[in-house]
Write a protein that binds this ligand. Structure first.
Ligand code: TYD
Ligand code: MG
Length: 459
């Protein structure tokens, strides 16, 4: 019988210690040591499995093919992010900050069954609380069973007896197994529970959603260590002060990771936002300066988003630079390009940048829209709502093509934009462009400024 022993390992460099240490002596990182259970077994004699029981290597062509019959959940956005539905026997981690709406989303998935048997296991809320939440969501289902339990062995037993199609575990931090004596939420409990679940779902073909809390810096509470165990990692993001949420796929063993889903938190749960551009564009009666529309792509999805800039005389000797949803360093770079290549006197100006809806987007194709909104505010030019922008800006002030520009242009045309400003490099390569939209090609940042100031009367 192998002897169980506890050891401590550094999460960062893998250094080993017999007791917990605050600071790793190898890599000098703080608070990186985690407890691990190791079985102490003699490593000297290798034991081979008997002949017939041995797993042998085979060529790829002889590996049995599996045709995944994906389970379609009653939530189009979640199906899309998963790559076209849930693969039976898969383990999906749903991570996100507390209060972002993970329980709401998974309860909605569990209750909107349509012929799928679901089991919602909650270690955080009592069955009564879940009922209240269900009433708030306005849905109920006979096919969804609620189970308030935290002991994993009991949960697995219920899964074995009830054989649901989908199980939701809310949350992995509250679960514990008897085989480990550390408290629920500890690294070894989380890891052991997830491994037991993984083994069970693979054998039974039941799919499971595991909910995991992450803190602002994304480490302490554990989901990071689960990422390599599970098949799919979904992250629920957003600002809890804002109503919009993005469901992003970070890892997918059964499909692409580029899809995103957009949701709106309402009084009656999360609503799918099928057309994100609709909510990201405000329709003003009178055009305003400092507003420019960018044709963005997040994942594989094109959408148009409003960029707002405010350039005002600085109140303090050090001017303020603030960006919500956009990388502040990238903003600094764009401002430096504007100063250097256009001679714009931005020193002594406070600059604030904001994306509509509180979205965070790291798409360099939005550079041109950001610069246009800053120029619009600086020169007090109203751009109006018929023009949009898609392009990346280089350090020498050149406008480079944004990735998948054709898709961006098509989305702009679909939403009724009359003009789109893009990089001159695209002049020869663009194909199948709708005749409803005029494409304006620019090669340098001064041409953009020129175009905006020259055409101000047209907007
Ligand atoms: P919750 O799903 O409990 O978050 P998590 O499981 O990620 O911690 O959702 C928390 C927030 O959602 C809570 O502050 C209230 C809000 N909410 C709504 O706005 N509308 C609703 O219909 C529901 C159920 C929750
Ligand atoms: Mg919750």
């Amino acid at each position: 019988m192998a002897k169980l022993q506890k050891k401590y390992f550094c999460n960062n460099c893998g250094a080993e210690a017999p007791k917990w240490l605050g600071k790793c002596p190898e890599c000098e990182q703080w608070n990186t040591f985690v407890e691990e259970i190791v079985s102490k077994e003699s490593k000297n004699n290798i034991r081979f499995a008997p002949e017939g029981e041995r797993n042998v290597p085979i060529p790829l062509s002889r590996v049995e093919k599996i045709d995944y019959k994906r389970v379609l959940l009653a939530n189009g956005e979640v199906n899309r992010v998963l790559g076209g539905g849930l693969v039976p026997g898969s383990l999906v981690l749903l991570g996100g900050e507390p209060g972002i709406g993970k329980s709401t989303l998974s309860l909605q998935i569990a209750l909107h069954t349509q012929g799928i048997k679901t089991l919602y296991v909650s270690g955080e809320e009592s069955a009564q609380q879940i009922r209240m939440r269900g009433e708030r969501l306005g849905i109920d289902s006979e096919e969804c069973l609620i189970y308030a339990e935290t002991r994993l062995e009991d949960i697995l037993n219920q899964m074995r007896q009830l054989t649901p199609d989908v199980v939701v575990i809310d949350s992995i931090q509250t679960m514990y197994t008897d085989s480990i004596d550390s408290s629920p939420g500890s690294v070894s409990q989380i890891r052991e529970c997830a491994s037991m679940l993984l083994k069970f779902v693979k054998e039974s073909g039941i799919s499971a959603f595991i909910i995991g809390h992450i803190t602002k810096d994304g480490v302490i509470a554990g989901p990071k260590i689960l990422e390599h165990i599970v098949d799919v990692v979904l992250q629920f993001e957003g600002d809890s002060n804002n109503i919009y949420r993005i469901l992003r796929c970070m890892k997918n063993r059964f499909g692409a990771t580029s899809e995103i889903g957009v949701f709106e938190m309402s009084g009656t749960g999360l609503r799918e936002v099928v057309n994100p551009s609709d909510i990201l564009l405000s329709h003003y009666d009178v055009p305003l300066s400092g507003v420019a529309v960018g044709a963005a792509i997040d994942g594989v999805r094109p959408f148009l988003i409003e960029t707002q800039a405010l350039v005002a005389n600085a109140t303090y000797s050090t001017p303020q630079r603030s960006a919500t949803g956009f990388d502040i360093k990238r903003l600094g770079m764009l401002l430096a390009v504007l100063e250097k290549r256009l001679g714009l006197k931005l020193f002594g100006k406070d600059i604030f940048l904001n994306f509509a809806g509180g979205f965070k987007i790291s798409d360099t194709g939005l550079d041109l829209a950001v610069v246009a909104s800053i120029l619009s505010s600086f020169f007090d030019i109203k751009l109006g709502d018929s023009v949009c922008f898609a392009g990346e800006i280089g350090l020498s002030g050149e406008i480079r093509p944004a990735a998948r520009s054709e898709q961006r242009i098509a989305e702009a045309a679909r939403l009724g934009f009359k003009r789109i400003v893009v990089s001159n490099y695209l002049k020869k390569s663009l194909k199948n462009i709708s005749s409803d939209i005029e494409v304006i090609y620019v090669s340098r940042i001064d041409e953009v400024a020129h175009y905006l100031t020259e055409n101000r009367q047209n907007y």
